[in-house]
Write a protein that binds this ligand. Structure first.
Ligand code: CTP
Ligand code: CA
Length: 236
């Protein structure tokens, strides 16, 4: 990333970014995962560092760690939660670009599942993972997260019969209770693993900023612009 021309408006700010999909163990060689590449979160970490922030990146992604960013590598949602909370204790901003698995296998086999052994799994039972973003919002109330910490969520949405991508985004912002929500349209071949990304940045104060499909670096800059204005807003 070429930092020339970027504003130095995050100097001294402590920013935590999560990126990539989580991996939920089935047996020692298999996991449940998703299509998130980590590109968007890594782009946010890179741009935030180039704008002067002290950045901790909590990630499952194998992408190269951006310059001047401290990375913590995790696999599962529960590992992501623990690492994010440890970093968030001193954070000014937490940006949750990670695609967290909603469910994990209830039983993890300690040995590899084999064919034809009479113990072939007929089904994999799943249970809920913690909602880390919701826990961060609650953590601002309980003191685990600084009260003024700005919390940014992502919503990976498709439209359906009950509403458009934007409808689902607005509902999710209200439900999650975070300050900003970046809404992306997703599906096979769009967004995941791509270098371009688009959607809206929704602010809990009511602002809705459309973002055209553009590079993930540009969306990263827009998201950080929204964070800087939110931090400057009197009611924030
Ligand atoms: N998230 C999280 N912990 C989870 C699930 C999601 O912290 N267990 C965060 C994601 O990192 C993202 C935001 O919540 O920033 C929204 O994720 P999304 O999957 O869109 O929301 P869900 O509440 O899981 O809703 P859905 O049922 O639509 O998947
Ligand atoms: Ca989810």
């Amino acid at each position: 990333l070429d930092g020339g021309g970027l504003p130095w408006d995050l100097a001294g700010k402590r920013v935590v970014v999560t990126s990539g999909g989580t991996r939920e163990e089935i047996d020692p060689v298999r996991f449940l995962g998703n299509r998130s590449s980590g590109k968007q979160g890594h782009a946010i970490a890179a741009v935030a560092a180039a704008r002067g922030a002290r950045v901790t990146l909590v990630t499952s992604s194998d992408l190269p760690v951006p310059a001047a960013v401290e990375a913590i590598h995790i696999d599962s949602a529960r590992e992501l939660r623990d690492a994010t909370f440890a970093a968030a204790a001193e954070a000014d901003v937490v940006i949750k670009a990670a695609a967290v698995a909603d469910f994990r296998p209830t039983d993890v086999s300690s040995s590899k599942l084999k064919k034809g052994t009479g113990s072939e799994p007929a089904e994999i039972r799943l249970e809920r993972n913690p909602d880390i973003l919701a826990e961060l919002v609650a953590g601002r109330g309980s003191g685990d997260v600084p009260a003024g910490c700005i919390l940014v969520g992502f919503a990976a949405e498709t439209g359906d019969s009950s509403g458009s991508v934007l409808d689902h985004g607005r509902a999710k912002l209200a439900r999650k209770g975070c300050d900003l929500l970046v809404v992306n349209e997703v599906g096979r071949g769009t967004t995941f693993g791509q270098d371009v990304n688009g959607g809206w940045i929704l602010d809990s104060a009511g602002g809705e900023t459309p973002v055209d499909r553009a590079s993930k670096d540009l969306l990263a800059s827009r998201i950080l612009d929204a964070v800087v204005s939110r931090a400057a807003a009197p009611s924030a």
